[in-house]
Design a protein around this ligand. Structure first.
Ligand code: PDD
Length: 287
């Protein structure tokens, strides 16, 4: 099926959508993005993603491409036009194109941002075979830039990390900086020991996950103990269980780290419970 996508105010078949070769997203990685999941044809955590988008744009002195209300309307229209029951909406805003290549930012008065949205149909997003099995993780150095709190499209190293994981027979990678785990290539990282959930505190070192915020609130509401602190990969390897969170995989149990099996090698009870609670609440609050 040819998708209908959104580019700068127009809904078009994906085959007809065009962006300039001089677009700074393309030439410089000068763009930010958001991924919002869809369950039962409705948007999950839209408000959180919209607020983070605004923050990313602000941090980079980029113009808002449109209002939050317009953004919601575009998301909803694409979900409807593409008949998405379960899946994702990808949104990207770049600093646009002034018709040439230059390191200097173009004048925002004359160069408008480029905004692109498209949907991805994922019928098994909630009832995911990968989540039933759990993920195998390897650890690799974190050599990304220093502003990981800004959700930029500079995803080459995370892509390489996923390829390194694949080559090692694993599913994903966790990133290590100064001896501590920062986060996963495209998710936030947690381990659980004696019922206590441990994850790295928010800073410019990691993306402030929208799913992280929801899952930590739900964990506390369910009387689970949550501790935000730096942790090493060895602590995670010795843990009872581990998991990651993201908009595209919700709560994903981790069953192996660097070849070391966690627990009995199946998804742990806390990760499974948090996935259930999160999905339940996400469906109730979806818009
Ligand atoms: N990735 N950390 C990184 C580096 C990420 O890329 C992501 C999301 C997260 C989790 O954030 P959230 O819960 O808001 O999705 C953490 C998205 C899903 C992606 O790149 O596809």
């Amino acid at each position: 099926m040819t998708r209908t996508v959104y580019v700068n105010g127009e809904y078009l078949p994906e085959t007809e959508a065009k962006v300039s070769i001089f677009d700074r997203g393309f030439l410089m990685g000068d763009a930010v993005y958001e991924v919002t999941s869809v369950l039962d044809g409705k948007l999950i955590d839209f408000e959180g993603h919209a607020v983070r988008l605004e923050r990313s744009l602000n941090e980079l002195d980029m113009q808002p491409a449109c209002s939050k209300e317009e953004l919601l309307a575009i998301h909803r229209k694409l979900v409807e036009l593409n008949d998405i029951n379960e899946g994702l909406v990808y949104l990207q805003v770049s600093r646009g194109s002034n018709g040439d290549r230059d390191f200097v930012f173009p004048d925002p008065e004359t160069t408008k941002p480029t905004i692109v949205l498209f949907t991805q149909n994922k019928p098994n997003l909630a009832d995911s075979p990968a989540a039933r099995k759990g993920a195998k993780i390897i650890s690799i150095d974190d050599i990304r830039w220093g502003r990981r709190d800004i959700k930029t499209v500079q995803l080459l190293y995370p892509s390489m990390g996923k390829m390194m994981a694949k080559a090692a027979g694993a599913d994903d990678a966790w990133l290590i900086e100064d001896g501590h785990v920062t986060e996963g290539t495209s998710n936030n990282a947690y381990f659980v020991t004696n019922g206590k959930i441990v994850t790295r505190p928010l800073s410019t070192d990691i993306l402030h996950g929208i799913t992280r915020a929801a899952v930590m609130r739900l964990a506390e509401e369910a009387q689970m103990e949550v501790e935000e602190r730096l942790f090493t990969i060895d602590e995670a390897k010795e843990a009872d269980e581990a998991f990651t969170t993201s908009a595209s995989a919700f709560v994903m149990p981790v069953i192996e780290i660097d070849g070391v099996q966690l627990g009995d090698g199946t998804p742990g009870p806390i990760a499974k419970r948090l996935r259930e609670i999160y999905l339940d609440e996400a469906r109730k609050k979806a818009i």
